[in-house]
Design a protein around this ligand. Sequence first.
Ligand SMILES: C[S@@+](CC[C@H](N)C(=O)[O-])C[C@H]1O[C@@H](n2cnc3c(N)ncnc32)[C@H](O)[C@@H]1O
Length: 266
Amino acid sequence: MALNIRHKQLFPDDTNVLPKPGTPEQAELIAEEEGIADESYLDTIRTFDPQAEVLYDEVARNAYAALEAVGRTSDLRVLDLAAGTALEVHSLLKHDVSIRELVLTDYSQKVLDVAKRMLEKVPQARAIKTEYLPFDLLAESITNKVKPGYDLVMSCNSFMHFGKEDHLRIFKDVHEVMVDQGVFVFESHFRIMARDWKQTIIQATQERMLSRGQEPAFVETVGSHYARFHHFHPVHEVYNWFEQAGFGYYDCVYRNRMLGIFVAIK
Ligand SMILES: C[S@@+](CC[C@H](N)C(=O)[O-])C[C@H]1O[C@@H](n2cnc3c(N)ncnc32)[C@H](O)[C@@H]1O
């Protein structure tokens, strides 16, 4: 589906070049991610955007609704890509699902260690066979890293580090490792319909952080992280990636400012 987009001057493409695998810029990006990925990660990002309060619950609620719709809520194999501290898994476990196997991937072993410590404290998670798999989604294909047959694949707050072609390639890989009628829940950050949209997003985030008492130096770092390392794709691209990857049904199930959640069924 190609959209005929006029008025490109009002909503220009993101022009920053995202870090390539193995570069010092990528190491810098990951170091900044590791710097806030601790057990109080949710409290930190609440100051970026109060929507963080509802985001993980929306991801989990929509994942559960889609799993129910395809009649598959027990004995699940679940894959979480660029999982970070895996807050989305914590929210999913509040629903009536039984997970047989959980695979959490992330670039950073350090972040996965935090995820492990946090999940070990959750009683429902203790019986789940869980694997923590560090690898770079930009450099390696998930089809070579995991055994196919996932009922649910999730990714939350991470793909804004990736370009258009990476999204398409990874969506195709996700499709390949899913069972028929498997569910893919994808949340990321997207362009907003405002003039000077990128600066508008950064400024609003920084104002919220300052009003919630964050240190000005940290607020500066987050602004420059967004400017350098986040890419805000327009949402219509997501439909293109789902379509081209071969998903049979997909929709945007939540949108609030830059945050968008999509569900796709194979
Ligand atoms: C902002 S965190 C979000 C994590 C989690 N899903 C959440 O919402 O709480 C983004 C994660 O993406 C990971 N990441 C960034 N680039 C990556 C890459 N190329 N391959 C794999 N993981 C990557 C980072 O290490 C970080 O843990």
